[in-house]
Design a protein around this ligand. Structure first.
Ligand code: CUV
Ligand code: SF4
Length: 626
């Protein structure tokens, strides 16, 4: 058996298979090892009926009616499951929204000229677009005044006010009516989240449906609020993505250069690191130390952001974070927050790599902490890159093992760049959907999860759908899985069915459009809203679907929930922890369908998931009469 064959059950990514062999040799533990150590995982936890919310517990409600049916407080399985699910959505929505708020705070600091020029306004059109939707009034406002006012308005949506979120107005009227009727139109990003945490406390109601409706509300506040704000203000400050060429996989690590990984989610950090690394002074310093330059490489969603806006190459998705260290050629891994393994410092200990934390929210013992603040962002970024350069001499060349060549990718698909590529309007896309050349569009999003062979869920589902003339838009780790597989290249249009293929070829577009990080799922909402408005229907009537074939994060639960609440049928790969409650399962399937015109399904097997999605799209088309 060849070394890497041992690993071919774990990941579809061939370079990762080689790196896994390398990691094992180095004695580096990975998430796959730790998953093995955890088996068997607890059935109560898996089905969502375990509650550890208060000091009368922990409690379990036995869904099979063999053990106790109620916790000490009297909560039954349905309530425990619903409350746990609400807590998951809350954590996920809070993660995105706190990230969005940080971007907004930096935008405010920039507007008030308090960042020493580190941050500014790059895209005035987007600023004007936001000024319009936030109704800032007065065409006579200067750019600076507009930015200040906008920052204030946006920040107030995170906290003090309860008057609704301006960006929800982007949704078509038919969709907003559904939200209003159900009482799930968000009032305030922060206020709704605090209420959600309140509702997860012991003794705040016992009605699962009422609990889950609030889950939809905070999820909408994530998608059309916190996440959308992160995306929009990122575009204003760093530029709206344009179609670009780059590369992906572990092979992007450059043996001859100082390699700096940026890992996590917040582009306000990674943007600065990229700028610092491009500076002539630091490039020269790297050359003086014997390197051919500095290479910044992305990982996870912050990587997706700088790929989208700057064409920076990506080393991989979530499960590649340890393996990239096993190349032995990473001088520094700079992290902010979310999806970063707490054990990463130990993994890095096997090599010379330095882990650098940058947020007070996300410190790791053993890491170097260089706190990032808007007023000193530039100098901190320079310090980070300098440390990486100095660390270059610690690299042992005999331990460098870069497992292969990078895969070319095309990325940078925002609503703006898609519209531009279509010749200035969405009409050609709508026409192709109407004629049936394109049957519909599906957003494949979300994470890796070691319970599923890495990237297989994403890639197989993508290939199945393309064959059926379904256009794909992707974000997060799903998009990176596609990138590594070659699906983000126009060449891959040969995998598309006979209707879709010529459309793609005439536009020289890849069959999978990379739309960014997880917070950029808001770009998918914006696209869906634009399509619905053009056609004159609600989002729930469009031939669309969503999928999260390898999700693991609470953030993904929030994303799935706002997709569904916005009217997009969504298929999950790994099952959510709800199967201990038939009431919650019914609510998420048939109950939601009645309420918002869309629901969840769970199907880990890609071909079967594809079938569910295709059937859904065809029935949507039928109802639309196209
Ligand atoms: Ni935010 S949330 S594993 S990096 S997509 Fe990737 Fe994307 Fe999930 Fe995390
Ligand atoms: Fe048990 Fe109720 Fe406390 Fe949960 S909230 S731990 S079910 S007593």
């Amino acid at each position: 058996m060849k070394e890497e064959d041992k690993y071919s059950d774990l990941t579809e990514d061939e370079l990762a298979q080689k790196s896994l062999a390398e990691a094992e040799k180095a004695g580096m533990e990975t998430a796959w090892d730790r998953l093995q150590d955890q088996k068997p995982q607890c059935g109560f936890g898996e089905t969502g009926v375990c509650c550890n919310r208060c000091a009368m517990g922990p409690c379990q409600a036995d869904p099979f009616e063999e053990g106790p049916e109620r916790g000490v407080c009297g909560a039954d399985a349905d309530l425990i499951v619903a409350r746990n699910l609400l807590a998951d959505i809350t954590a996920g929505a809070a993660a995105h929204s706190d990230h969005g708020r940080e971007v907004a705070e930096i935008f405010q600091a920039a507007a008030q000229d308090e960042t020493g020029g580190s941050y500014g306004i790059k895209d005035e059109d987007r600023l004007a677009e936001l000024a319009d939707i936030f109704d800032l009034g007065g065409k006579d406002l200067t750019r600076e005044e507009t930015a200040k006012k906008l920052a204030q308005r946006i920040l107030s949506e995170f906290g003090t006010h309860r008057d609704g979120l301006a960006l929800t107005e982007r949704a078509p009227a038919e969709t907003r009516e559904i939200w209003d009727e159900l009482g799930i139109t968000p009032d305030s990003i922060g206020g709704d989240l605090v209420e959600a945490m309140h509702r997860t406390h012991m003794g705040v109601g016992a009605e699962p449906a009422n609990m889950l409706l609030h889950g939809l509300k905070i999820a909408l506040g994530d998608g059309w609020g916190g996440s959308m704000i992160a995306t929009e203000l990122g575009d204003v400050m760093f530029g709206t993505p344009e179609i670009n060429q780059s590369s992906m996989n572990l092979g992007v690590i450059d043996e001859d250069k100082v390699n700096v990984i940026v890992h996590g989610h917040n582009s306000v950090l990674s943007e600065m690191v990229v700028q610092a690394a491009e500076s002539e002074g630091l490039q020269n310093m790297a050359e003086e130390r014997g390197a051919e330059g500095i290479k910044v490489v992305g990982l996870c969603c912050t990587g997706n952001e700088i790929l989208m806006r700057r064409g920076i190459p990506m080393a991989g998705n979530m499960l590649n974070q340890e393996l990239v260290l096993a190349t032995g050629a990473v001088e520094a891994a700079v992290i902010d927050y979310q999806c970063i393994f707490p054990s990463l410092v130990e993994s890095a200990d096997c090599y010379h790599t330095e882990i650098i934390t940058t947020s007070h929210k996300s410190k790791i013992p053993g890491a170097v902490h260089l706190e990032f603040a808007p007023e000193s962002a530039e100098s901190t970024a320079r310090e980070i890159v300098k440390r990486a350069i100095e660390n270059f001499s610690e690299r042992s060349s005999n331990r460098v093992n870069i497992p292969g060549e990078p895969q070319p990718v095309t990325a940078g698909f925002s609503l703006q760049s898609i519209t531009e590529a279509l010749g200035g309007s969405l009409d050609p896309l709508i026409e192709a959907i109407k004629t049936g050349d394109i049957r519909g569009a599906v957003g494949i999003v979300g994470c890796n999860n070691p319970k599923i062979k890495q990237d297989k869920g994403h890639i197989e589902l993508a290939k199945e759908l393309l064959q059926e003339d379904i256009l794909l838009v992707e974000t997060g780790c799903a998009a990176v899985a596609s990138g590594k597989e070659g699906l983000l290249s126009p060449k891959a249009s040969e995998l598309a069915g006979p209707g879709l293929r010529p459309v793609l070829e005439s536009l020289e577009m890849p069959p999978v459009l990379h739309m960014g990080a997880c917070v950029d799922c808001s770009r998918i909402l914006k696209l869906a809203a634009a399509l619905a408005r053009e056609i004159g229907v609600g989002i729930h009537q469009l031939p669309l679907a969503g999928a999260a074939p390898e999700w693991y994060a609470q953030k993904a639960v929030a994303i799935g929930s706002y997709f569904v609440a916005s009217g997009v049928y969504t298929v999950l790969g790994p099952p959510p922890k709800i199967f201990g409650s038939s009431e919650v399962v019914d609510l998420l399937s048939s109950g939601l369908e009645e309420a918002v015109g869309a629901n969840f399904a769970v199907e880990p097997e890609p071909k079967a998931a594809a079938k569910l999605i295709i059937d859904h799209i065809e029935s949507q088309r039928e109802e639309l009469g196209i």
